[in-house]
Design a protein around this ligand. Structure first.
Ligand SMILES: [Cu+2]
Length: 252
């Protein structure tokens, strides 16, 4: 063997070693020997650009006990933005890139409250098989009725002060929830098979913590504006900023 070919082999080996180091490919398993301590964080804002549709007042006159609870009319929650265009009630979540491990649901239930004849929160996110309590804090009866496509449909009558408990075993983003008594009531429940999701707050902000290092497909979902997708790679203990922008669609 010549010196030249030896050098070539040595160089190749170095290149192979270097390229196999951060061997995280999109969709592949994250290299997470100690994901519990090396958690990465994704932080950002979901924004709405353009002219947001004007929120319309919700007409509750069909049930005076509902209307009476609102001295000023409640506004529709279709597209809720703040002064800076921050989009509330969007869900940001890992859509791909996690390894195949199964995640136990948290022991604490999520709570969907019926208050003022509205769903609070308007958009709720939970883990598959986590318990969901549906509470009625109104002086009137509700009939909560989720309409899933990937889970079992059910509906439950809830007199004032009652509480129902249910769960959804399969991932679904997101399940519309309606009330069989009050047609204006509408909410959404998103169900994930992992814990890496967040619902944006009033300023459109979100925070996804404790992520194993890896390359991920991240999605932002909004009930009216659809889904926006990005890819991002995070290393151990790294915090990265990621924003999503929804644009107003040309209306009629
Ligand atoms: Cu109702």
């Amino acid at each position: 063997m010549t010196t030249n070919s030896l050098t070539l082999i040595a160089t190749l080996m170095v290149v192979i070693c270097l390229t196999s180091q951060p061997s995280v490919k999109a969709g592949g398993p994250p290299t997470s020997p100690s994901s519990a301590t090396a958690g990465a964080t994704l932080k950002g804002v979901v924004k709405f650009e353009g002219r947001a549709p004007k929120p319309s007042p919700v007409n509750m006159s069909a049930d005076p006990s509902c209307a009476k609870q609102h001295p000023t009319p409640v506004l529709s929650q279709d597209v809720v933005t703040d002064a800076n265009g921050g989009l509330q009630n969007a869900i940001v979540f890992i859509a791909d890139g996690l390894n195949k491990q199964t995640y136990e649901p948290p022991s604490e239930p999520v709570v969907l409250d019926q208050k003022g004849c509205m769903y609070q929160p308007h958009v709720l996110a939970m883990q598959a098989s986590q318990r969901m309590e549906v509470v009625n804090d109104d002086p009137t009866s509700h009939n909560v009725h989720p309409v899933p496509t990937n889970n079992r449909e059910w509906n439950k009558a809830e007199p004032p002060g009652s509480k129902a408990e249910e769960t959804f075993p399969r991932e679904e983003i997101a399940i519309p929830v309606k009330c069989n008594i009050h047609p204006w009531m509408r909410g959404y429940v998103a169900v994930f098979k992992h814990p890496y999701f967040a619902v944006t707050g009033k300023d459109g902000g979100f925070d996804l913590g404790n992520l194993p290092p890896g390359t991920y497909t991240i999605k932002a979902w909004h009930e009216k504006l659809g889904t926006s997708t990005q890819k991002i790679t995070v290393g151990a203990n790294e915090t990265k900023a990621i924003d999503f922008v929804f644009k107003s669609q040309p209306g009629p």
